[in-house]
Design a protein around this ligand. Structure first.
Ligand SMILES: Cc1ncc(C[n+]2csc(CCOP(=O)(O)OP(=O)(O)O)c2C)c(N)n1
Ligand SMILES: [Mg+2]
Length: 590
């Protein structure tokens, strides 16, 4: 095969190997140094290219896609600060265990630290947030080097997926000509016809990936499984906690474990276990209201759990985290990545094992179910909580009410992205478990309010599901650039914008009583977001009450195009409402 020059050979081979490894899309941003990569992706018939003008939005878009698909979407940028704009998404990907593949274009090594234009130190730019880093050698039409390139692509994909998924960074150096300009054979940038010198593997690769890597999932041995199963079989009062997870334990498997043990499941909204058919299968008690009742004084009189098995990251709910902190019992964390991410430091047993396999194996070995009274205690608290929230929906609307409605009304098979700050907390407290199948995503790795819209649209780009994003106003403002992906990347969404004119969350912190609260913490901005409708080609509507919002929401999720449904709230009033409802639940439990 003929190539215009060494950069074309290099970039086309790189893309060919990624496609052989399962890549079907890439996110690119304009710039000169990355030209060979951009052209190679754009010209590959099996790659869908998402073109983003802003690298920060691009990286979050790729992150959202990976959260939805479990596969990396390679990211391409030019040299300089462009690469630094990937950094927030890299951190989120690392901390939430999501595959990313960063291809940062760079100048040849002799220009590092030389004052050359748009040249910065890109070596290990993202520090420890990277699972594997490689400073790529300069492209060369040399057989061994090209086999290295092919192998490196297989390795990069393997390193970003597997049992400890995360970002991989390849710093890709290119020398001019960057465009596919044909260069003569005898030029250093040219590719002689016989460059491979008969090395067919270098020239053509293999049928499929150059290196097929198989990665086994970690499993416990029989003794360890018997120990856990024994502990579960002898406990009357156990809890199964499904924390936020991108690809953690599945609802089906945790249900098997719940059926075998008789223990309730406390399902974080960002686990795969809050919603789905298992919720009403009769064998399991799926709890979603614990954020509202576990802080009740009367819960202190409940007997302690005798055992807790946790999957995924630390739960979103603070009352749940505190409850687990105070439970003096054996607490297992099952984590295939072996991350030791447990900030309350209450875990007694860290089990590095594939979550589904572990739970299946333990469910088979458990011999006795726990006490029905314990399960009923949780089921009854759930009913109390749910009734009080349901009643409240008929009264003054509040931010949590909107989340309760979204949870109830989103169609089956929705992909739902929930922003940080109050939206995810309200969703946790007020989003009742339902039998509908949903994919709920959020950025809880680092809990930033940046890149939320882009992450949601990236997730939406990977699915035919209706896409719903629930975001606060500061998060919406922070990533307005991300809205351009709606038209450029052909994504439709329903965006529920909860506008309380600033960071409502700060009302619940002690700083709320300080002079600097309004100006430097709550930061009311007074922005009218209506013009984002015209600017980004979406329908922007403001809704005054619950009935109007529900009507617009139901219409939007069934319609093409993007609708932003803005609800305006007073943050202080919403907090009062949360507090009143919490008190009501606590009193009812008393
Ligand atoms: C990038 C980033 N900057 C700052 C913060 C700190 N922070 C946490 S919540 C919040 C306010 C978010 O406001 P909004 O999106 O309107 O949600 P609300 O608090 O009103 O629910 C801020 C600034 C953060 N998490 N991430
Ligand atoms: Mg706000």
């Amino acid at each position: 095969m003929g190539y215009a020059n060494v950069n074309t050979l290099w970039a086309e081979t790189l893309v060919e190997e990624l496609v052989a490894g399962g890549v079907d899309a890439a996110c690119v941003s304009p710039g000169s140094r990355s030209t060979p990569l951009t052209v190679a992706f754009a010209e590959h018939p099996d790659v869908r290219v998402f073109s983003h003008l802003d690298e920060r939005a691009s990286a979050f878009f790729a992150l959202g896609r990976a959260k939805r698909t479990g596969k990396p979407t390679p990211l391409v940028c030019t040299s300089g600060t462009a690469a630094a704009n990937f950094h927030p998404a890299v951190i989120e990907a690392s901390q939430s265990g999501v595959p990313l593949l960063l291809l940062t274009a760079d100048r040849p090594p002799e220009l590092t630290d030389s004052g050359a234009n748009q040249t910065v130190d890109q070596e290990k730019l993202y520090g420890d947030a990277i699972r594997w880093y490689r400073d790529m050698p300069e492209p060369e039409a040399e057989p061994r080097k090209v086999r290295m390139l092919r192998t490196t692509m297989a390795r990069a994909l393997a390193a970003s997926t597997g049992s400890d998924p995360g970002p991989v960074h390849l710093n890709c150096r290119f020398r001019k000509p960057l465009e596919p300009t044909p260069m003569p054979d005898d030029d250093p940038a040219g590719v002689p016809n016989d460059w491979a010198d008969g090395d067919r593997l270098a020239a053509e690769g293999r049928d499929g990936p150059f290196v097929r890597s198989s990665q086994g999932a970690p499993e416990l041995d029989d003794d360890a499984l018997a120990d856990v199963a024994g502990a579960l079989s002898t406990a009357d009062r156990g809890l199964l906690v499904a924390g936020p997870a991108d690809g953690g334990i599945s609802a089906e498997v945790i249900s098997q474990l719940a059926a075998a043990t008789g223990f309730p499941i406390l399902a974080d909204p960002l686990s795969d276990c809050r919603f789905g058919p298992h919720v009403t299968d009769g064998e399991t008690t799926v709890c979603g209201g614990y954020d509202g009742y576990l802080g009740a004084p009367s819960v202190d009189d409940w007997p302690d759990p005798e055992l807790v098995v946790r999957f995924g990251a630390s739960p979103t709910s603070k009352p749940l985290r505190q409850y687990l902190r105070d439970a003096d019992c054996r607490q297992f964390v099952v984590d295939a990545s072996g991350g030791w991410t447990e900030a309350t430091f209450t875990v007694s047993d860290l089990l590095v094992a594939d979550e589904d396999r572990f739970a299946r194996a333990v469910a088979e070995r458990v011999s006795e179910r726990g006490a029905a009274a314990w399960r009923e205690r949780f089921a009854s608290a759930e009913r109390t909580h749910r009734e009080i929230v349901k009643e409240a929906l008929d009264g003054q609307y509040w931010e949590g009410g909107a989340l309760a409605d979204v949870a109830a009304l989103a169609p089956d098979q929705t992909t739902l992205f929930v922003s940080n700050s109050m939206p995810v907390r309200d969703f946790d407290r007020f989003g009742a478990p339902r039998a509908a199948a949903r994919t709920v995503l959020g950025n809880r790795g680092a809990s930033g309010i940046d890149g939320i819209t882009s992450s949601a649209l990236g997730a939406g780009s990977a699915t035919e599901d209706p896409l719903v994003l629930v975001t606060g106003d500061l998060a919406y403002y922070h990533d307005m650039n991300g809205l351009l992906a709606l038209s450029r990347c052909d994504v439709d969404a329903t965006i529920v914008l909860l506008n309380n004119d600033g960071g409502g969350i700060f009302h619940i912190l002690p700083i709320a009583d300080h002079d600097t609260f309004e100006s430097h913490f709550k930061t009311p901005h007074g922005l009218d977001f209506t013009p984002t409708g015209e600017l980004y080609g979406l329908e922007f509507g403001r809704f005054e009450d619950r009935a109007a919002f529900i009507e617009a929401f139901e219409a939007s999720v069934g319609t093409a195009g993007t609708q932003v449904l803005e609800l305006r709230f007073d943050a202080a009033a919403s907090h009062e409402r949360r507090a009143t409802l919490e008190r009501r639940v606590h009193d009812a439990l008393d």
